[in-house]
Structures are given as structure tokens and as C-alpha cells.
Design a protein around this ligand. Structure first.
Ligand code: TMP
Length: 219
């Protein structure tokens, strides 16, 4: 019997840059597909063509003068498109949607990092996502040194330039981390912290356990 659920599932992956969430999401997707699930992978910002165009504006270092409010609204614009184009249709078909980042990133990076506050994030989430909330969010938690080191070496290895977000100060990333910590305290039922230390397989095992426990309880 296929384990695809009737009402679908919407799972998101969160964490600091370089925390390993993108790799972990891909590994979970492969494991679920091997078990017979239909899995859709998407990302924020991006995931749709329109989201991809918005992503280019957001990450282009030439746009260093992008205002914090414009930045926040662009992240939500990409997300609104993702809700309509991917998340809602796929979950309605009973599929599992995995998304690399969601509103929790805006909470952490713009709400805390840019100090725009969380009230405005909540308000904009209601407008952009219209009640569509992740069923489960896996926060892959690594310390700041690991995050900053991995993000830098990734840019060197891939010969890619720093993005506009990579230009932020250490104090900015400290606030982002505080944002994730506050989020876990605020929504412990939905947001589950996963220890991101250790090799890929070890972390993947932790991710699988969290997912498995969730499914046992809810599906
Ligand atoms: P990524 O490297 O995980 O694709 O994310 C791109 C960058 O965008 C990363 O530095 C985090 C940042 N970001 C925000 O600042 N706010 C958001 O809402 C999202 C989704 C990403």
C-alpha cells in the first residue's frame, strides 16, 4: 500500500545558512519516495518561476540598497506564489510537500535579524499564506561558527560569489539564531529542533525519527 496520505503533508526545513537543511531535505525526499510516497520538493525564495525571479532580486549583491521592508515583502510575494502554485494543489492531491525554508525564515531573518519585529511577520503571513501553515517544521540547529564556516566554504567550492544575505554581520546571524530559538519556544508542537552536528547520515537518522514520530501520531 502506498503510504501517501489522503490529506497530504506540508513539511518545512529551517536553519541558519550552511546548517545542512537542503541536503537533509533531499535525503528525506529520497527515503520517502523509496517507501512509495509522492513527494514534491520546493524552496523559498524560489520553487516557482516567479519565485526564482524574485530570488534573483533578493540575493543579487548589486541590490545592497534594497530596503528591509521591501525585502520582507518580496520574500512573502514569492511565498504567496508558492502557496497557490505548489503547496495547496499538491497537498490537496494527498502528496507530501517538502519546502526548504518558509515564513519561519522571515521570522528569524527579517523579524529578528533585521529587527522588524514578529507582529508584522504574523500579519503578512496571514495575507500571503492565508492560513497555510506547515504541519511540521524541522529546525536543523548548528552553532554560529559551523554555519558561517560552511556557508563561506560552500561559496569558495562552488566558485559562487557571496550573496547579498551572506554580506550580513555576525551580530545579524546571532539575532537570526535567537529568532529560531524563540520560535521553537513559541510553537513547540510544530517546530522541532534537530541537532545538526555530526555526519550526514547521523543527522538524517534524527530527521527520520522526528518525521516518523510525527506520522505515527498524526496521520
Ligand atoms: P537559502 O540559501 O537557504 O536558499 O536562502 C537564501 C537566503 O535568503 C538565506 O540567507 C536566508 C535568506 N532568507 C531570508 O532572509 N528570509 C526569508 O524569508 C527566506 C525564505 C530566506
Amino acid at each position: 500500500m502506498s503510504m501517501t496520505t489522503r490529506r497530504g503533508l506540508f513539511l518545512t526545513f529551517e536553519g541558519l545558512d550552511g546548517c545542512g537543511k537542503t541536503t537533509q531535505m533531499r535525503m528525506l525526499a529520497e527515503r520517502l519516495r523509496a517507501a512509495g510516497d509522492t513527494v514534491i520538493e520546493t524552496a523559498e525564495p524560489g520553487g516557482t518561476d516567479i519565485g526564482g525571479a524574485i530570488r534573483r532580486i533578493l540575493l543579487d549583491p548589486a541590490n545592497h540598497h534594497l530596503s528591509p521592508t521591501a525585502e520582507m515583502l518580496l520574500y512573502f510575494a514569492a511565498r504567496a506564489q508558492n502557496v497557490d502554485e505548489i503547496v495547496t494543489p499538491a497537498t490537496a492531491r494527498g502528496e507530501i510537500v517538502l519546502c526548504d525554508r518558509w515564513t519561519d525564515s522571515t521570522w528569524a531573518y527579517q523579524g529578528y535579524g533585521r529587527a522588524l519585529g514578529v507582529d508584522v511577520i504574523r500579519t503578512l503571513d496571514r495575507i500571503a499564506c492565508r492560513g497555510r501553515q506547515p504541519d511540521l517544521t524541522l529546525w536543523i540547529d548548528v552553532d554560529l561558527e559551523t554555519s558561517l564556516g560552511r556557508a563561506k566554504s560552500r561559496n569558495v567550492q562552488e566558485d559562487s560569489a557571496d550573496t547579498r544575505m551572506d554580506d550580513q554581520s555576525r551580530a545579524f546571524y546571532e539575532r537570526v539564531l535567537q529568532g529560531y530559538q524563540a520560535l521553537e519556544a513559541e510553537e513547540p508542537g510544530r517546530v522541532v529542533r534537530v541537532d545538526g552536528r555530526g555526519d550526514l547520515e547521523t543527522v538524517a537518522g534524527r530527521v527520520w525519527q522526528v518525521f516518523h514520530d510525527y506520522r505515527e501520531l498524526h496521520v
